[in-house]
Ligand binder design. Structure first.
Ligand SMILES: *[C@@H]1O[C@H](CO)[C@@H](O)[C@H](O)[C@H]1NC(C)=O
Ligand SMILES: *[C@@H]1O[C@H](CO)[C@@H](O)[C@H](O)[C@H]1NC(C)=O
Ligand SMILES: *[C@@H]1O[C@H](CO)[C@@H](O)[C@H](O)[C@H]1NC(C)=O
Ligand SMILES: *[C@@H]1O[C@H](CO)[C@@H](O)[C@H](O)[C@H]1NC(C)=O
Ligand SMILES: *[C@@H]1O[C@H](CO)[C@@H](O)[C@H](O)[C@H]1NC(C)=O
Ligand SMILES: *[C@@H]1O[C@H](CO)[C@@H](O)[C@H](O)[C@H]1NC(C)=O
Length: 521
């Protein structure tokens, strides 16, 4: 063989060999999780004011997933699901008393993430990833529940919502931690101005994220960044540069600032030349919070109701996957997928086998992300509130077993109870059971869930015959975790008021209660 041929062969072999090595090295992972941002808040998903140029560009460079779901219509259970890959009813972020709750308030009594759960950053450590959370944690705020005790190497942010009271004074004043040191509080050192909504916190969160990315990149260190900014959760906030700039009021200002921040994160990856080795996923924790009023809440696009509910507006989330060179640019994929898939998918990308000693609810989306022609068939979506399976989606059909309405007749006049959008004169908040005859919608024809199929139709019977066995199997095999959020049970311990937190509000606050139960969700 001549030297030229040898050299040529070597070029082929060596190049493909080194390419393989590069392909095999696990990508960095960035999850950008928004707070109460709605499906309809993105220009690319139809928001008419088109104020999300960076998100729209991210979708154009990556994959848009219009059928992506959260695991629960509330912040804290949804986040627990993302980080454990398990439904809240399994990981403990649920109540057994029919109430939808977050983990917060009096730090002495409320639970948090169980030691038995294995969080994503703990798993990623197996392949040497360094992990940081920036922003809202919300998996419990007693010392043992905090991020650095649960797999994260770094943390900058708040233990829970900046909305609820943190201590018994009932005054919202959420601490901000830099790793294990408390460096200030939202309304004091970090100066969220209640009147104007001005705060630099998103900018600080951005800097903390960029700083982490730069440091890891410089050290050639694989990293996981969980960037969970909360500026779109009421009370919404934005820095001076963005205040008053949007056509959508203060909420739109916050969206613009988050969009800007996301653009900075992506451009930083490019300037560090690590964009081809970084998987980025954008989504939100639950639907827009219509209860927060018109100036403080977003849009759920064509979907019914919002946060707190198991209609599509409460649980369908904006979602974009981005990984230049690996995820084809400008794809739209209609795979049914959810936040728990991010756990399984991240592990798959990192080359780590998922835990095999427990039920996981996430699927590996890698085949779909890397080849949009692939599909994971017959994948159900579960809609829970507390320990109640409210609805299930299979294919285009969604069956509601419980709704907030009085009767099918009422339903046909339109849903009469969406939190934040109550019909005048309708005061009932009752959940209506349809377990014998679920309301079924075809979400393709009727994404707004307005026209239940006639129970007499063949289509209804056919859909039900496919959905029922999935529900039965799920219920039969479900092993629920130890519930962490049962405030009402604590009445037994003479602490929390009986009947509290029905649909998020305390109904019966005894005078002896040292704190007021005014926080809604
Ligand atoms: C609760 O927060 C208020 C406002 O920051 C503070 O003045 C008070 O000392 C705190 N109380 C406790 C028990 O930590
Ligand atoms: C957080 O702490 C790190 C090092 O401990 C420091 O470099 C950084 O500036 C701090 N962040 C803020 C916003 O104070
Ligand atoms: C935010 O940062 C700007 C620029 O650094 C500063 O002028 C402004 O006072 C800060 N605002 C608050 C509320 O801290
Ligand atoms: C919403 O914002 C507008 C403009 O600032 C203001 O006029 C209006 O009173 C606000 N509405 C509510 C419900 O706060
Ligand atoms: C990333 O991949 C694209 C095409 O797949 C290529 O054009 C670009 O140069 C790559 N960037 C780096 C930093 O390698
Ligand atoms: C993508 O998936 C489709 C459908 O399974 C298959 O036919 C095709 O070969 C795949 N493409 C690649 C590049 O693997």
């Amino acid at each position: 063989m001549s030297g030229t041929v040898l050299a040529f062969l070597c070029t082929l072999i060596c190049v493909s060999w080194s390419k393989k090595l590069v392909d095999a090295s696990p990508p960095n992972i960035i999850i950008l999780l928004m707070d109460d941002m709605g499906w309809g808040d993105l220009g690319v998903l139809g928001q008419p004011s088109k104020e999300t140029p960076n998100l729209d560009a991210m979708a154009a460079q990556g994959m848009l997933l219009p059928n992506f779901y959260t695991a629960n219509p509330l912040c804290s259970p949804s986040r627990a699901a993302l980080l454990t890959g398990r439904l809240p009813v399994r990981n403990g972020f649920y109540t057994t008393n029919g109430h939808a709750r977050n983990a917060y308030t009096p730090q002495e009594i409320v639970g948090g993430i169980s030691r038995d759960e294995i969080l994503l950053p703990q798993m990623l450590k197996k392949k040497g990833y360094i992990s940081k959370i920036v922003g809202k944690w919300h998996l419990g705020h007693r010392a043992q529940y905090l991020p650095l005790k649960n797999g994260f190497d770094e943390w900058f942010g708040a233990p829970n919502c900046h909305f609820g009271p943190y201590n018994n004074s009932g005054r919202p004043n959420i601490p901000v931690y830099n790793n294990s040191e408390m460096v200030g509080r939202y309304y004091e050192e970090f100066k969220i101005d209640r009147k104007t909504g001005e705060s630099n916190l998103t900018q600080i969160y951005l800097q903390e994220g960029l700083d982490f990315i730069r440091r890891q990149s410089l050290a050639r260190q694989a990293f996981f960044l969980y960037w969970a900014a909360d500026a779109t959760h009421a009370p919404v906030y934005a820095s001076r540069r963005f205040l008053g700039k949007s056509r959508r009021g203060r909420y739109g200002d916050a969206v613009m600032e988050l969009d800007y921040s996301l653009g900075r994160i992506l451009s930083t990856l490019r300037s560090l030349a690590i964009e081809n080795s970084t998987f980025v996923f954008f989504t939100s924790d639950n639907g827009a919070a219509l209860t927060s009023g018109p100036n403080e809440s977003g849009s759920n696009g064509p979907f019914l109701c919002g946060k707190e509910t198991t209609y599509e507006g409460g649980m369908r989330e904006p979602a974009i996957a981005w990984w230049p060179g690996r995820i084809a640019a400008g794809t739209v994929n209609f795979q049914l997928s959810n936040v728990m898939d991010l756990y399984t998918t991240s592990l798959s990308l990192a080359g780590i086998s998922p835990p095999d000693d427990r039920a996981l609810d996430g699927l590996d989306l890698t085949p779909v992300l890397l080849n949009s022609s692939q599909a994971l068939q017959n994948r159900p979506i579960f809609y829970y509130r507390g320990n109640q399976l409210m609805a299930l989606r299979l294919g285009q059909y969604k069956a509601h077993y419980w709704t907030w309405t009085n009767s099918l007749d009422e339903f046909k006049k339109g849903v009469n109870f969406c939190p934040g959008q109550e019909v005048p004169g309708v005061t009932t908040h009752e959940q209506k059971e349809h377990t014998m005859q679920p309301l079924i919608f075809h979400l393709g024809r009727d994404p707004g869930e307005k026209f239940p199929l006639s129970v007499l139709s063949e289509e209804y019977q056919d859909a039900l015959s496919r959905i029922s066995p999935v529900v039965e199997r799920h219920k039969k095999t479900l092993v629920a975790g130890i519930p962490q959020l049962n405030m009402c049970d604590l009445a037994v311990m003479n602490w929390a008021p009986a009947g509290c937190e029905k649909l998020g509000k305390c109904l019966d606050v005894p005078k002896s209660s040292p704190w007021k139960c005014e926080w809604p969700h």
